[in-house]
Design a protein around this ligand. Structure first.
Ligand SMILES: Cc1ncc(COP(=O)(O)O)c(C=O)c1O
Length: 407
């Protein structure tokens, strides 16, 4: 798109991808803080609205700061992938006000009343609540199955012809389960389903779902893509360019799910270092997981890089590295988790993930508090579960802080 070199590397795409030279020679694309755009003539307004001329119209439809982030993310998700004809894969990304907005556009832009979604245990709490509490009011319901058991997934799809969409979040929040993207996508396609993947935990640096027959990828850009915790955002990326520029664009605009210049600007800046940051996140996470897994006060650790994790092999197959998210439980359950969090001296106690600093959260009382307890427990989100987003601090400092807080 904007890179004239052939076959640029991933980090080069992070830095230069999607950039369009500014007319005023600004090095970085400025923040477009304007709600609307002027027309040179009535004819131009007609041309822009009809689509015969490309250009900016109204802030809810996008702006140049937003376009840069969108094009960069599309290029990163498509990095080194080909389409069915062997040509470089072309994707379209639409930036949203949040990850939840991107998920909502994807679902509402594809489904109608009476349609069902098939998904798995242990989704991000907000997504789980959207499926449980909001979509049923509009006649859309979810069938939940254990996605580690592919035959159960296929049987459920065969038994219910209303299932239209397969929704996969891998690695999943907060249990760090990992699901077989290739085989789930193939099952979905065999039965004519729309296949979509929440790639927030992995980022395109670690995992590219479009390697498989996947239709849509969503991210909460709030997390690793931004990387600095400076803005809430989301992105929906699609392979069917026609659908993305018609039905999905329409849904995005009419739901008012748009991003804005400031959020897009800080996202673009964060994306420039995505590859570098992910390397360090992953390096640190490996060390932290090793430390936790031999600490006698730790009851169990869920990290995809530990061979005893049930999804170790799947993660190895589809991810470049097992990532920097993990969850663990101390002997002593809920009380021990509370004590641990209150004793931390450096790691930050906060929800969210993927920022430079190490973030620690307690899903049962925060992000998943809206999920009924029995359901939560069945999904593996126990009362004592602690989620850890390993940051970029010096590894010795992270481990020192965890060690003193565990006691
Ligand atoms: C995996 C995943 N998907 C989606 C979301 C929702 O993103 P946002 O908070 O940006 O709406 C989150 C938020 O934590 C998440 O962890």
């Amino acid at each position: 798109m904007s890179i004239k070199l052939e076959n640029p590397g991933f980090d080069t795409v992070c830095i230069h991808g999607g950039h369009v030279a500014d007319k005023n020679r600004a090095h970085l694309t400025p923040i477009y803080a304007t709600s609307t755009y002027t027309f040179d003539s009535a004819e131009q307004a007609i041309a822009l609205f009809s689509g015969s001329e490309k250009g900016n119209i109204y802030g809810r439809f996008g702006n140049p700061t937003i376009n840069e982030a969108e094009d960069k993310i599309a290029m990163l998700e498509a990095y080194n992938l080909s389409d069915d004809f062997g040509n470089p894969l072309n994707l379209k990304a639409i930036l949203h006000s949040s990850g939840m907005a991107a998920i909502s556009t994807m679902l509402l832009g594809n489904l109608k009343s009476g349609d069902k979604i098939i998904s798995h245990f242990s989704l991000y709490g907000g997504t789980q609540e959207l499926l449980d509490k909001v979509l049923p009011n509009f006649g859309m319901t979810a069938v939940i199955r254990d996605f580690r058991d592919l035959s159960k997934v296929e049987t459920a799809i065969e038994e219910d012809k209303s299932i239209r969409l397969i929704y996969i979040e891998t690695p999943a929040n907060p249990t760090i389960q990992c699901f077989d993207l290739e085989n789930l996508a193939l099952i979905g396609k065999k039965h004519g389903l729309i296949v979509c993947v929440d790639n927030t935990f992995a980022t395109p640096y670690l995992q590219q779902p479009f390697r498989y027959p996947v239709d849509f990828v969503m991210h909460s850009t709030t997390k690793y893509l931004n990387g600095h915790g400076t803005a809430i955002g989301g992105v929906l990326v699609g392979k069917d360019i026609y659908k993305m520029t018609t039905a999905i664009t329409k849904t995005h605009r009419l739901l008012g799910a748009n991003s804005n210049g400031f959020d897009a600007f800080v996202l673009t800046n964060g994306l420039r270092t995505l590859g570098l940051r992910m390397e360090r996140h992953c390096y640190n996470a490996e060390k932290v997981a090793q430390f936790l897994s031999i600490n006698p006060n730790v009851y169990h650790v869920s990290y995809l890089g530990l061979p005893k994790h049930p999804d170790y092999e799947i993660a190895k197959k589809q991810m470049k590295h097992p990532g920097a998210m993990m969850s663990f439980e101390l002997h002593g359950g809920f009380e021990a988790a509370v004590k641990f969090i209150n004793r931390l001296k450096m790691c930050t106690s906060a929800v969210s993930l993927g920022t430079c600093d190490t973030l620690i959260s307690h899903p049962a009382s925060t992000t998943h508090a809206g999920v009924p307890r029995e359901k939560r427990l069945a999904f593996g989100i126990t009362d004592g579960l602690i989620r850890l987003s390993v940051g970029l601090e010096n590894i010795n400092d992270i481990i020192t802080d965890l060690a003193q807080a565990i006691g």
